[in-house]
Design a protein around this ligand. Structure first.
Ligand code: FAD
Length: 289
């Protein structure tokens, strides 16, 4: 099934993102997490690719098992920046063989350790080129990433939006956003996207702040800004892990609740492979089917 059909049928769709365990961790640990997360009856589960040094082959295996063993639709992330076209072709064959019908097509981050890295000299410099190849290859459902506060490499949001429009026009079914902590950033972005006729579902991605230290790194990596009230919580509970977690769950629940009230097509939760806290948030907002 193509995930786009879900957005047409049921509203709002709950989706969850997980990442493969590092190669030195047993693969099975992720299935212990999934045993819990499946009780939420998500519309689909997405599996990241290569992020944080995870073994890329694990993405395909986990996405396949989510479909086969849990009967839940999966969305396999695929980044292209350091792949050749021949490698991508091979991965697409593998995904198709495993019955995976939906791909989140991404460029991927440029390597931090190589300042001379020039994406224009690669087979793939931007996600839209990957999207073109996926659409030529087979009838996959294709999702892509959107950045409500703008992508960190693009100095002007206006240009980033034009690039996004081009990406969508290459064959994207729906978009999932980068995390944000102030819903007004998402609502403004939707207005601007609609104004240039980006009219596919734009699903807000929400990451609960459960740990003061890790949130600083995440914000550094993705360029998201942190609003005053959340910053105060992070400062207040920096050395009180339990209270930080409780406040983070509450903040994310409020954010999701407000988004649902505004009529979003779905909620995509960055689970960070945690289940107890994610289940609590979903229960708080009454999203369990
Ligand atoms: P693109 O859409 O190609 O955009 C990258 C930059 O290029 C932007 O600044 C854009 O404005 C600019 N651009 C695009 N087209 C043009 C053009 N024609 N001319 C000039 N400039 C252009 N990373 C991982 O490694 N693994 C993952 O699993 C992963 N999952 C993610 C999931 C989501 C929902 C999100 C939001 C991000 C994810 N990322 C992941 C991070 C992502 O790979 C990075 O943010 C990356 O830097 C950009 O990828 P993209 O697909 O958005 O790139």
């Amino acid at each position: 099934m193509k995930i786009l059909d879900l957005y047409g049928r049921e509203k709002p769709v709950l989706s969850l993102e997980i990442f493969p365990p590092r190669v030195d961790y047993p693969l099975e640990t992720i299935f212990e997490t999934l045993d819990h997360l499946q009780t939420l009856n998500p519309g689909y589960i997405s599996v990241t690719y290569g992020a944080g040094g995870s073994n890329r082959a694990r993405t395909v295996e986990i996405a396949a098992r989510i479909k086969r063993e849990y009967g839940i639709e999966s969305l396999a992330h695929l980044t292209c920046v350091r792949h050749t076209q021949a490698e991508v072709d091979q991965i697409l064959d593998q995904l198709a063989e495993e019955g995976i019908r939906n791909i989140l097509a991404l460029r991927g981050d440029l390597p931090e350790d190589d300042p001379d890295f020039d994406p224009s000299q690669q087979d793939y410099g931007f996600a839209y080129e990957l999207i073109n190849d996926i659409c030529k290859k087979a009838d996959f459902g294709v999702a892509a990433a959107a950045y409500p506060a703008g992508h960190p490499e693009c100095p002007r949001l206006k240009d980033d939006l034009c690039n996004l429009k081009h990406k969508v026009d290459c064959g994207v079914d729906f978009l999932i956003t980068q995390l944000f902590f102030d819903n007004r950033i998402y609502y403004d972005f939707i207005d601007k996207a609609l104004a240039i006729k980006i009219d596919c579902p734009v699903v807000p991605g929400i990451m609960p702040v459960l740990n003061a230290r890790s949130i600083r790194r995440t914000i550094y990596l993705c360029g998201a800004s942190i609003p005053g009230p959340l910053l105060q919580l992070v400062d207040k509970y920096e050395h009180d892990a339990d209270s930080m977690e409780k406040a983070g769950i509450e903040y994310a629940s409020m954010q999701v609740d407000d988004l649902l009230t505004s009529g979003v097509p779905g909620i995509h939760l960055y689970t960070m492979n945690k289940h107890r806290q994610i289940i609590e948030i979903v229960n708080n907002v009454g999203l369990v089917k």
